[in-house]
Design a protein around this ligand. Sequence first.
Ligand code: C2G
Length: 442
Amino acid sequence: MKKVITYGTYDLFHYGHQRLLERAKELGDYLIVGVTADDFDKTRGKINVHQPLIERIESVRSTGLADEIIVEEYEGQKIDDIKRKEVDIFTVGSDWIGEFDYLNEFCDVVYLDRTEGISSSDIRSEHRSIKLGLIGKSRILTKFYNESKHVNGITVDYVCTEDPKEINKLKDEDVVITEDYDVLLEHCDAVYIVSPPIRHYEQIKKALNLGKHVLCEAPIALREDEFDELIELAEKNGLMLFESIKTAYSTAFHRLVLLAKSGRIGDIISIDATCTSLRDINTEALEKEWSSIEKWGPTALLPIFEIFGTEYKNKHASSLILKDNFDIFTKIDFEYESSVASIKVGNSVKSEGELIISGRNGYIYVPAPWWKTDYFELRYENQEENKKYFYQLEGEGIRYELVAFIRSIQMNKNNSYIKTKVSKAIAKTVGDCIYGDVNKLS
Ligand code: C2G
């Protein structure tokens, strides 16, 4: 019996895939099809896949051409499979010609002509491309613009900023730069907002009233009533209102939260998150600057509210104030029923930006800069039990956040990784600090 094996993502199954499988089948008597796991696709840069693994397997199964279906999960697995299953022929489309010649050591390698005129990414982009406008003042703006190029289904034609550094970075790009938010809103279907948080409520409300979807850097608002009003407005208008915290879309962060909740380190007693940066604050134009609780508060609060929830018994905040309520360092301690948590955030104060989740049997350690990490450790008393985890993280998580936002719009289903009650608790906590509910150190 001549065994043939082929691999693929098989997203949004189409006749190019069908023809490949038909011709692969004709090469032998028994066809094995390897369908790529979601994480494996992410690792190899395919971040726009629409369908989950189970649906893509079903697409292949329903052709009736595969005698066996397996899941491709890691680099190098092809060699394992070919040896273990005693495969005679590996085949794949000609778009991969040369990429798998190394498999000649284990079996015959056959490249089949790719079917022209059809591809999954073309089908994905058949959804009318969403025009995304960017507004704000932060170096994240240009990062966002560059990350948007990796995401199927969106175009960025307009950017609204007064920031000379951002304007300079974008001057050679094919975008219109305006200082007028109304102009931006006229030319987009959705808007990404990275302006100082004090302006978020008004800017979001204007966009939603004009029928625009919104992706806004956390916090969405600074008062609970404003937060609720915006959520209701988005729902009433059938629009997506997404909070942007790129850490939430880092696979490593997502997985460490799952591990923490799984009991792997026992009951969790304490969570300590530190986020700081050193930068000069222009005290003459504070309204254009980000205080530490504005810049780092949402990120530092995320693991606490994700793991412990938002029903803490009390909190105590202490801030080093530069001027008015503008803090350059804030420490907040939370007390829950049977646990405690703290954040330390500083914008022009420097500390070790680590995240430590302490449990009865061990702890999770995430080294600095934990908020954009691709790595964390489970540590125990017996160090031989320690485990290290690594996950691909391209672009600090921004492109994955954009994929989630765009797919939510296309599928009219909010699949944000950040629960609304977490967003609301972040808004309240940051707002309390900004409106002075803190112990002022100076
Ligand atoms: N294909 C084709 N014609 C098309 C599109 C795809 O012949 N118009 C072939 C591809 O060459 C591949 C298979 O169909 O052999 C599945 O394609 P994809 O789902 O796009 O997955 P891809 O990542 O290209 O698969 O490690 C090998 C890769 O996983 C190959």
